[in-house]
Write a protein that binds this ligand. Structure first.
Ligand code: ADP
Ligand code: MG
Length: 454
């Protein structure tokens, strides 16, 4: 069994990046092959999700190529798989210089913009780490790559700054282009769309501008929230949108919030943008952050102790851009000082503390704001009442307490006046499910958050 898996791994290694290979396959093992029911052992549930979402096909093919009967492939958490936490290594000076050089090189080579498409080749799906913060959006992205213009059209992606919107939509463009180099794809931030449009009109070339867009197969508009107040370009965008949509061309739009929350966006446009749903990117959880940092380290060929990664993940609570920023700072400091990242942290030369200004809110405040939003008193929200409106508010409060403060279900139970934590588990799950399709609820929760932090 060991050899089969070893051979399969060797094959998989050929097909994906070295960074992804060592991140996701390092501690895997083959547990069962009987009756074609393959079970692969992994370190924790996080890996189960990643492997299933990203690599199921590759794994299946690799196993079949090694003459295994494969009916199903499943993953199981093995507590005895070797831990990834390795004894820390101390960099030797020359090794350190070498790795910093590598960092610079990979950055220099990988980042290449294409003027015609507006796409930058450094954004790929392969280097986009999938976690609980983005898995729905990524699976929609995959289905667009499989069949553009089909199921998720338009694809509306929203989320706060630095959470990966640009990366993900650029990656869709790059993957589509890889599959079909003849596709006409164009990526543009809405602000550029606007200024190009104004320029074209000034030069009397409004028609050409429109035609250029109408010829596209895929249009990617970034940071749509900046459309605010630009009626003329909004109208032009709306026309182009309708034309492309009717031709079944794929439209992709990102924004930091839902269209309904952008003032001065035409209502019809706002509703059209979310016709096929809206996908959001959330703040990554601790495990997601560690996975992102590990992937970055491996991609750069940088050595950093697992404890240092955990330290950064623990202390950056704003977004992924800041996470990367702190990570690069530590690597560079480590070069300058000749110390390993962990040594830097341990001797106090570096202290990371990026916590959103939005954070300092209390459970009490959240419960108060939710109650107020639904025209209830805090007491009513915390009562045992099962009246729909009250119960719903209580569940929303549970959900927000969980996502914003990461409180335990027992603590949440206390805050919202319910007895046992299973009610909380149920409540949070209910809201999470409803959110998939209920856009009013999404709007409500966004508005409540604005009230909490505003
Ligand atoms: P946004 O457009 O939402 O402001 P970006 O797409 O610019 O955010 O992402 C910020 C940085 O974080 C980029 O360097 C991007 O590559 C990185 N990043 C975001 N999400 C991920 C992810 N899931 N995996 C790897 N890198 C990510
Ligand atoms: Mg962006």
């Amino acid at each position: 069994m060991y050899d089969v898996w070893k051979n399969a791994l060797a094959e998989i290694e050929q097909q994906i990046s070295a960074a992804n290979f060592s991140t996701w396959f390092q501690d895997t093992s083959l547990i069962n092959t009987e009756n074609g029911e393959i079970i692969i052992g992994v370190k924790n549930t996080f890996y189960v999700k990643q492997l299933r979402n990203r690599y199921l096909d590759i794994i299946t093919v690799a196993l079949k190529n090694n003459n295994l009967e494969v009916k199903t492939v499943d993953f199981e958490v093995q507590t005895n798989t070797k831990s990834r936490i390795q004894p820390r290594e101390v960099f030797k000076d020359s090794a350190l210089k070498e790795h910093v050089k590598k960092i610079r090189n990979t950055n220099a080579i990988k980042s290449q913009s294409n003027h015609e498409t507006g796409l930058n080749s450094k954004y790929t799906l392969d280097n986009f780490v999938v976690g609980s913060n983005n898995d729905l959006a990524v699976s929609a992205a995959r289905s667009i790559i499989d069949a553009p213009g089909d199921r998720y059209n338009p694809f509306f992606l929203y989320g706060g700054p630095g959470l990966g919107k640009t990366h993900l939509v650029q990656a869709i463009g790059n993957e589509l282009l890889k599959k079909n180099p003849d596709l006409k794809i164009f990526y543009t931030p809405i602000a550029h769309f606007y200024s190009d449009f104004i320029d074209a009109v000034k030069l009397g070339k409004g028609k050409e501008f429109n035609l250029k867009f109408r010829k596209l197969d895929v249009l990617i508009i970034d940071d749509f929230q900046f459309i605010v107040g630009k009626e003329k370009s909004q109208e032009e965008f709306f026309n182009i949108f309708n034309d492309l949509y009717q031709l079944n061309k794929q439209i992709i739009v990102t924004s930091d919030r839902l269209p309904s929350q952008i003032k001065s966006v035409d209502e019809r446009l706002a509703s059209r943008l979310t016709w096929s749903g809206a996908f959001d990117l959330q703040l990554p959880k601790f495990e997601d952050k560690c996975a992102i940092l590990r992937a970055k380290a491996e991609l750069m060929g940088a050595e950093i102790e697992p404890e240092a990664i955990e330290y950064i993940a623990e202390n950056v609570n704003t977004n992924i851009r800041d996470l990367e920023g702190e990570f690069s700072t530590i690597l560079l400091m480590s070069e300058v000082r000749g110390l390993t990242p962990l040594e830097l942290i341990e001797n106090g030369s570096i202290s990371v503390n990026k916590t959103s200004k939005l954070r300092p809110t209390s459970a009490k405040q959240i419960v108060e704001k939710v109650a107020k939003y639904y025209n209830l008193t805090t007491k009513e929200l915390q009562s045992k009442s099962r009246v729909y409106n009250i119960k719903n508010a209580r569940q929303v409060a549970m959900f927000i307490l969980s996502t914003e403060l990461s409180l335990s279900t027992n603590k949440i139970a206390n805050e919202v006046g319910v007895k046992d934590h299973s009610t909380v588990v149920h409540g949070i799950r209910k809201i999470r499910n409803d959110l998939k399709l209920d856009f009013t609820l999404r709007d409500q929760i966004e508005e409540i958050k604005e009230k909490i932090y505003g």
